[in-house]
Design a protein around this ligand. Structure first.
Ligand code: GLC
Length: 666
C-alpha cells in the first residue's frame, strides 16, 4: 500500500511518474511508530529492523548506525565517515516485523540519521521542510521495492554491447595510444567492447570539441575500432569553458542558457578548463539546447557517453577565489600560530565545492528563479536527462550508452551511474559490492564502480579480485586516475592469462547476466539482492554483508581481503558450488546449509547455484557480438531445473518482456 503526503510547498523533481492522491497527515504513531511534520520525521526502529537503501553511500547494506546526508558531492577522498557521495537517493526500507518503504522527495539536502544519535530512532530532517513523503507498506522488502519502482518508472536500458568489458584511464591521450590499448587487448585475447575517452580528447577541455593535434583522425579511429567491435566512449563535463569564439559558450551566452549569479550575470566558476559557466540544466530550453550538442559526437559514430562533474563540482567560484586571495594577504608576515595557521590552511582547503558558492547562483526552473541550493540534487539528473531526451529525438528507439556521476532518483530512467571516484583500497572493493543492491532498490540498475580503484596505486592481486567481483556488475569498467600506477590487465608485466580467464568468464555468463538485468528492468525488480531479501527469517542471512544474489539462480561471495586464500561463505540453504578457473568449470559440489570456508585462488571464481535452478553458460567470446546466444550449456542443481532466458536485439529501447522469453534447451 502506498500513501503520499505533502508537507509545505515542495519543488517538483519529476522523480515520481504516477503520483497517488495526497492524503492528509493525521499521525501514524500507532501503526508505523512514525511521526512527521514540516521539518522532517522520525520512525522508531525495533531491535531486529534492518534499514536498507539510500543508494550510493558509504558503509554496509544495512545502513543502521550512521548519518547520511543527501547532497551530491564531488568527494574522491571518501572514507567510512563520509556522509555524502556523488548521488542523492532518498529511499530506504525499514525491514523487520513490518516492511516500510520511505521516499522523501525533495531536491534539497536531506539528513538521514539512521540510529546514529539514538540507536532506536530513524530521524530525517531538512532545512525548509518542503517535501513529499511516500510510505509504502508491503509484506516483504522486495515487494516494497517493486511498488516503489512502479512509482518512479522503468529503469534505463543500455545497449547489449555495454555489458562487455570496458577499459578506461585518465587519459588515453592520443589516437595512437587508444589504438595501442585495443591492440594489447586483442593480441592478448582479452575480451573488450569499450575504450573510454577521458577529458584529454577535447580541445582544452571544451565539451563537444576534439583536440585535432592528439586525435587528427578521430573519425577514422572510431571506424577502425568499430571494425574491431570496440566502442569509443567519450566523457562530457557539466561545465562550459568561457572562451570567446567557442560556439557552445557563445550560444549559451547569447541565449541566456547559463546559470546566473545574484546580479543576473553568468555565474563563473572553475573546473578543468579554468573559468566555466554551468548550463542551466533545469531550464527546459537550455536543456534541450545542451542535449542537442551531443549530436557533434553522434555524427562521428559515437554511441556512448559518460557525464561528469555534474554534482555540480566547483573547484572555485571567481568571486570566492578573489576573496580568498585578499584574505591570504592578511597572513603574510604574520607569526602563524595554532589558530592562524589552521585558518590560513582552511581558506585554501575550503575553496572547492563551497556551500556558500552553491547558495550564490540561480536557475530558471519551470519559469521561476530558484537559488541553486534548493534544487542542488537535480543538476546531474537533469544533465543526463538532457542527453537522453536529445537521443530520443536524434536517434529514436535506439539505445545509446549513457551514465552519469551525479544523480537523483528519477535519473534512473535516463541513464546509469558509475559509483564515482573511489580508491584502490580493499575496503572500496567491498563497498562496491554493498552499493549495488542499495542502488538497485532506488532504480539504478546499470551501475558499477571503477574497477581496480580510481585514485591511489593498485596492486595486481587487488585488480584481479576486483575483476572477479566486477564481472557481475552490469557496468564493468576498469578506470584509474592520472598519475596512478597503470592497471590495465597487461600493465603488471606478468602475463595476462588470469585476467583473460576472469573477463572471459563474464562473456560466458553474458546471456544469463543480460537476461537477469533485463528482467529486473522490465519487471521493476532487483538485479542484485541482499540475502535478507530472500531469507528474512534467517538471522545470519539477514546480516550477511559481503555476499549477493545475482538474478534468480546464483549467489556470489567474492574475496574482498588482501592475501586471503579464500573466505567463509554462508549458505542459507543447500546450494551447488560451481568453481571456475578462468572460463573453465573445474568443480561442481553440493554444499549443505551453513558456513563453509571456500578456498579461492586469484584466478578463480566461485558461484553458488540455488536448488532447482539453472545457469545458462555461453561458450564465450572476445566481444559481446561474438558470443553465441543460441548455443548455451545449462548447469543445473536438480534434474528438473530449467531456465527461461530473456533475449532481444540489444538495441531497441522500447522492448517489453513479451515475445523475448525463451526456454533454454540443453
Ligand atoms: C573526475 C571523474 C573521473 C575522471 C576525471 C577526469 O574525477 O570522476 O572519472 O577520470 O574527473 O576527467
Amino acid at each position: 500500500m502506498i500513501r503520499r503526503y505533502v508537507f509545505g510547498n515542495p519543488i517538483e523533481t519529476e522523480a515520481v511518474l504516477r503520483k497517488p492522491k495526497a492524503e492528509q497527515w493525521e499521525g501514524d504513531e500507532q501503526v508505523l511508530a512514525f511521526e512527521a511534520n514540516q521539518t522532517g520525521f522520525t520512525c522508531k526502529l525495533e531491535q531486529e529492523d534492518i534499514v536498507y537503501g539510500l543508494g550510493e553511500n558509504v558503509r554496509g547494506i544495512n545502513k543502521r548506525g550512521w548519518i547520511y546526508v543527501s547532497h551530491c558531492s564531488d568527494n574522491p577522498n571518501h572514507q567510512e565517515d563520509t556522509r555524502s557521495l556523488y548521488g542523492a537517493h532518498n529511499f530506504l526500507i525499514v525491514s523487520g516485523k513490518r516492511n516500510l518503504g520511505i521516499f522523501v522527495d525533495t531536491p534539497e539536502q536531506v539528513i538521514f540519521d539512521v540510529g546514529y544519535t539514538r540507536p532506536e530512532l530513524l530521524s530525517v530532517s531538512m532545512d525548509s521542510g518542503n517535501y513529499e513523503l511516500y510510505l509504502i507498506e508491503e509484506a516483504s522488502a522486495e515487494a516494497v521495492v517493486q511498488e516503489f519502482r512502479r512509482l518512479i518508472g522503468q529503469s534505463y536500458l543500455p545497449p547489449k554491447w555495454a555489458f562487455g568489458y570496458g577499459q578506461s584511464r585518465w587519459s588515453y591521450r592520443t589516437s595512437e595510444e587508444v589504438r595501442q590499448v585495443a591492440r594489447r587487448f586483442r593480441e592478448n585475447h582479452l575480451p573488450l567492447d569499450m575504450i573510454y575517452l577521458d577529458i584529454d580528447y577535447m580541445e582544452r577541455y571544451k565539451d563537444f570539441t576534439i583536440d585535432r593535434e592528439r586525435f587528427p583522425d578521430f573519425e577514422l579511429l572510431v571506424e577502425e575500432l568499430k571494425e574491431q567491435k570496440i566502442h569509443l566512449v567519450p566523457i562530457i563535463d557539466g561545465g562550459v569553458k568561457v572562451e570567446a569564439g567557442y560556439d557552445v559558450y557563445e550560444e549559451g551566452v547569447k541565449n541566456g542558457y547559463f546559470c546566473k549569479d545574484e546580479d543576473g550575470e553568468n555565474f563563473t566558476l572553475g573546473v578543468w578548463p579554468g573559468k566555466c559557466h554551468y548550463p542551466d540544466m533545469l531550464n527546459d530550453e537550455a536543456r534541450l539546447w545542451f542535449g542537442r550538442k551531443y549530436r557533434f559526437l553522434l555524427d562521428k559514430g559515437i554511441d556512448g557517453f559518460w557525464n561528469d562533474m555534474n554534482e555540480p563540482a566547483i573547484f572555485y567560484s571567481e568571486k570566492h577565489l578573489k576573496k580568498v586571495f585578499e584574505q591570504l594577504e592578511e597572513y603574510r608576515g604574520q607569526n602563524l600560530d595554532i589558530c592562524s595557521f589552521f585558518e590560513f590552511c582552511g581558506l585554501v582547503q575550503g575553496i572547492s565545492n563551497n556551500e556558500e558558492d552553491y547558495r550564490s547562483f540561480y536557475h530558471n526552473y519551470r519559469g521561476e528563479r530558484i537559488r541553486h541550493d534548493r534544487v542542488h540534487n537535480l543538476f546531474g539528473y537533469y544533465m543526463t536527462r538532457s542527453a537522453s531526451e536529445a537521443f530520443e529525438e536524434l536517434e529514436p528507439g535506439r539505445r545509446i550508452l549513457l551514465f552519469s556521476r551525479a544523480s537523483y532518483i528519477g535519473m534512473h530512467r535516463y541513464g546509469g551511474i558509475w559509483m564515482g571516484d573511489n580508491k584502490s583500497w580493499w575496503s572500496h572493493l567491498k563497498m562496491n559490492l554493498q552499493m549495488l543492491p542499495s542502488l538497485n532498490m532506488c532504480g539504478f540498475l546499470y551501475t558499477g564502480a571503477d574497477l581496480g580503484g580510481f585514485g591511489s596505486d593498485a596492486t595486481r592481486d587487488l585488480v584481479l579480485r576486483w575483476t572477479a567481483l566486477g564481472i557481475f556488475m552490469p557496468l564493468l569498467r576498469n578506470h584509474s586516475a592520472d598519475g596512478t600506477r597503470r592497471q590495465e590487465p597487461y600493465a603488471f608485466g606478468k602475463g595476462t592469462e588470469d585476467f583473460r580467464g576472469l573477463i572471459g568468464l563474464r562473456y560466458r555468463l553474458l546471456p544469463y547476466l543480460y537476461s537477469e538485468f533485463m528482467k529486473a528492468a522490465l519487471k521493476n525488480g532487483m538485479y542484485a539482492r541482499p540475502l535478507g531479501f530472500v531469507w528474512p527469517e534467517d538471522p545470519v542471512a539477514r546480516h550477511t554483508e559481503d555476499q549477493l544474489l545475482i538474478g534468480e539462480s546464483i549467489m556470489i561471495a567474492p574475496v574482498c581481503e588482501q592475501n586471503a586464500i579464500g573466505r567463509s561463505v554462508y549458505l542459507p540453504e543447500e546450494m551447488k558450488l560451481l568453481r571456475f578457473r578462468g572460463t573453465e568449470l573445474t568443480e561442481e559440489r553440493v554444499l549443505m546449509r551453513g558456513l563453509h570456508f571456500i578456498e579461492t585462488a586469484l584466478d578463480e571464481v566461485t558461484i553458488y547455484l540455488w536448488k532447482d535452478h539453472a545457469l545458462p553458460l555461453a561458450a564465450g567470446g572476445e566481444t559481446v557480438e561474438a558470443v553465441d546466444w543460441r548455443k548455451l550449456a545449462l548447469l543445473r542443481f536438480g534434474e528438473a531445473a530449467a531456465y527461461e532466458l530473456y533475449d532481444d536485439d540489444g538495441m531497441d529501447s522500447g522492448v517489453k518482456l513479451e515475445g523475448h522469453l525463451f526456454p533454454v534447451q540443453s
